[in-house]
Structure formats: C-alpha cells, structure tokens
Design a protein around this ligand. Structure first.
Ligand SMILES: [Zn+2]
Length: 313
C-alpha cells in the first residue's frame, strides 16, 4: 500500500513545515525581507529561539519566511496551515470555516480568518486576456445569495434577480480557464467595458440569447448564441455554439456556495469566486493533480498579507 500523502512530516511537525515552505519561497536560500540581503543570513539555533528564525548580518535584523505572507501574524502553527491549504486546494466544492474549525482543532474565528487568507492566496492577478488569436470565449451570468446592499424593489419581494448577487464569468475554450467577476447589474453598458477589458477583440463570444449580449457582434470578431428560452442548448447549424462549459463551471460553484458555504456577504463574494476560479484553472482535466494544486496555492501566499480589518464583515 502506498503511503498517505497526509502522513508527510510537514503536516505534523512545525519545523518540517518551515523547511517545506522555505524551500518553496526561497528556492535559492533565505532572503532578508528588510534589506534584500542573500549573503549573510544565518539560522538562529539557540534553545530559546523560535522556529524558523534567521538573522541577517547585513542589517542585523531577524526574520522568518512568513514575513509578508498570509501566515504573518498568525498564531496557528505552520503545519496546521499546510493541512488547511491542502484541504482547501483538493476539495472541489471548498471547505467551510466550520469544518476547518472541527477538523483542525482551532477556534471558529481562527478558521474563518484562515480561510479568507487562503482564498487570498488563490487570487490570481486576472490580467490574462481571454480569446487571443481569435479563440472562443463563453460568457454567462449567474445569481447567488442575497445582496443585502440592495433594497428590495416594489412588492414582489424575493422574486426576480434584482436583489441577488450577480456574477459574470468567462471561459476561454482554448486554455480551459475561467475568470469570474462580481457585477452590480447586468446592463449592456455595465458589462461591455468588463468584457472588453478581459477579452481580445478578435475573439468569438458565445452566450445565451439574453438582451445584454445582443450587441457584442459589434465589438468582437463574432458572437454566437443559443436560445435557452426555446430549449436550444447547442446550435443545430453550428454545434460549437453553446455555453455548456460555463454551465458546468457554474454548477460546481453553486453546489459549493449552497452546500458548503451556505451564504456569503456581497463584500466577500469576490474572494469565493477567486477560490472557485483557482481550483477550476488548476483542475485535473488540465493536468494539475491535487499535490501540484496545493503547491501552486502555496506560491500565492507571498505578498498577500491580510489584516483582520480587511477581512472583517
Ligand atoms: Zn537584512
């Protein structure tokens, strides 16, 4: 029988966890975060020294690999952080703070703070333009939860989409990647600048028949659409005209949001989207296995220091 990946020492021993993270963040050896020095960094070995402390003999300041990362200023042992990262990276629909609290034996508040920071590490810069070289890009929107920043309109309380959080997603069929954005409304004038900023002009856009997408042909090489209202999911004349890939992406996202996270406020929704985009963009079908996805997540911990204030509701 092969050994469980979870038996690796970096999940159980804080010193091993430091070594594991150091080898990834400092592949060429320690770098002093104060002066950038790489030559004269020595590991502090004394009995009273905390784990993972180095001293830079250029600027004479101590430092650890956690400086400037999501781990900074956290009291949770680094090996427990690595357990949480592995769980979040490998669970298709996510892991709730409550579950992390129970599985890892940490307080609910710590688990909640931890999951927000891990989500931050999963946030990609989003600068990649979709549909370059004339590729196909599927575009669709979905509604999730209740946007409590919007007052209900009229008497039809709870009906329609007005009061819901609105998410616009794009999928580049050539790369297989998704990008999701929280939008204020679904008006063409709101969506167009977002689409133009994220999709190459030479792309072909694929949507359903919704009115907000009607004018896209004027702004991109081509626009194909299917009439979901008439039960058309794949065009008979051109079977490449459909939005089935993005529908599949939304179904994982919605099952995760409903089943695992239950609800989330409007101001945090973009963080959850980053999490679902990250796992989708690093999924097995693209050749990324669980361990590699966790490694990739770990690469995102740098420069993502979050304070309690920025995650508080
Ligand atoms: Zn230094």
């Amino acid at each position: 029988m092969s050994k469980s990946y979870l038996s690796a020492p970096h999940f159980h021993n804080e010193e091993a966890a430091y070594k594991f993270i150091e080898s990834r963040i400092w592949p060429n050896g320690p770098i002093c975060p104060h002066c950038g020095g790489v030559e004269k960094n020595r590991k502090m070995q004394g009995r009273s020294t905390r784990i993972g402390v180095y001293k830079c003999y250029d600027c004479r300041k101590p430092f650890r690999v956690t400086v400037g990362t999501i781990f900074e200023a956290s009291h949770i042992p680094l090996n427990v952080w690595l357990q949480a990262i592995f769980l979040v990276a490998t669970s298709k629909k996510g892991v709730s703070s409550n579950q992390l609290h129970r599985m890892l034996g940490i307080t609910l508040k710590s688990a909640w703070f931890m999951s927000h920071r891990i989500r931050e590490a999963m946030r990609e810069n989003g600068l990649e333009v979709f549909g370059v070289e004339g590729g196909d890009v599927e575009v669709d929107e979905t509604f999730i939860g209740h946007d409590r920043t919007i007052k209900p309109k009229g008497v039809k309380k709870g009906r329609g989409y007005h009061h819901k959080n609105k998410v616009l997603s794009l999928i580049d069929r050539s790369t297989g990647k998704a990008k999701s954005i929280v939008v204020d409304d679904l008006k063409a004038k709101t969506l167009l600048p977002i689409l133009q900023a994220n999709i190459a002009r030479e792309a072909r856009i694929l949507t359903d028949e919704a009115g907000q997408y009607r004018y896209l042909r004027m702004h991109f090489r081509d626009h194909g659409f299917v009439k979901h209202g008439l039960g058309e999911y794949v065009s008979k004349s051109d079977p490449t005209k459909h939005t089935n890939i993005i529908e599949g992406f939304f179904s994982v996202f919605k099952r995760g949001m409903k089943g695992v996270y239950q609800h989330c406020g409007h101001n945090h929704l973009h963080r959850y989207l980053a999490e679902f985009d990250f796992r989708y963009n690093n999924r097995k079908a693209l050749g990324v296995e669980d361990q590699e996805r966790a490694e990739k997540l770990l690469q995102g911990v740098k420069g993502k220091r979050l304070t309690y204030q920025t995650t508080a509701q």
